[in-house]
Ligand binder design. Structure first.
Ligand code: URA
Length: 234
């Protein structure tokens, strides 16, 4: 949310009520700004003002940065008719402000970052910023040296004109690799492995832009980022 903003918008967003209800509450003198009743819908307010609705302070949560360990079966979307979304795993106020920075497929597990700071998520998701994302993949067949070289120099994804940007491949075991990529195209890792005639069996995101998934988070759990984690991507 950007400040200063209109009083009716502040109330609607942060008390999570429709704008029409916020306007009605203001007109009915149910709202105070710094202790004074006001009926001015477009009064400019900031997060420093004390805004009360029916005697209850409406608090702005500030900028929020969350890491979640995504379990299988959840979709990275704001809402979905068929499946639970990763946002359903959060128990936080003002959910409509939060957005997902870099989506994972329904069957992919691991690190998902969620925030209400659009400039911050842009640092992570913008292709121009080229931030590394690290994936652990179980694969159907061991990689040949030529496959590793192709993945590291760039492969042609089905339906794309340009080659992928150079990636880094670590072979952990014959059927397990760690892949570091700077892009985030749709199904990118699965399509990269398909491009060298292989197949991803399971996929797990370990880190984004140097922010590593916390080992203490069980699938479905989340925590707020530390200040150091937040500033590390800037
Ligand atoms: N690449 C994929 O193929 N799937 C994901 O979920 C993330 C990266």
């Amino acid at each position: 949310m950007k400040f200063p903003c209109r009083l009716d918008k502040f109330i609607s967003n942060l008390a999570e009520i429709p704008r029409t209800h916020a306007k009605a509450a203001i007109k009915k003198k149910r709202v105070t700004v710094n202790g004074e009743v006001t009926r001015q819908l477009d009064k400019q307010v900031t997060e420093q003002d004390e805004i009360m609705l029916d005697g209850e302070v409406i608090t702005y949560q500030g900028l929020r940065y969350i890491m979640l360990n995504k379990p299988e079966g959840y979709v990275c979307a704001n809402s979905d008719d068929l499946h639970d979304t990763v946002l359903d795993l959060l128990d936080e106020p003002n959910m409509s402000e939060l957005h997902i920075a870099g989506r994972l497929d329904i069957d992919t597990t691991g690190l998902v970052l969620i925030s209400n700071d659009g400039q911050w998520t842009h640092q992570i998701t913008s292709p121009k910023k080229q931030k590394y994302k690290t994936y652990l993949a179980e694969i159907a067949q061991p990689l040949e040296d030529a496959d590793i070289e192709a993945l590291e120099t760039g492969v042609q994804l089905h339906g794309e004109r340009e080659l992928t940007l150079p990636a880094k491949v670590e072979v952990i075991a014959p059927y397990q690799i760690r892949l570091h990529i700077v892009e985030g195209k749709y199904h990118q890792v699965k399509r990269m492995l398909a491009a060298v005639g292989n197949k991803v069996v399971t996929l797990h995101r370990e880190s984004i832009a140097g922010i590593a998934l916390d080992d203490d988070l069980a699938p479905g759990e989340y925590r707020f980022l530390t200040e150091q984690e937040v500033t590390s991507v800037l």
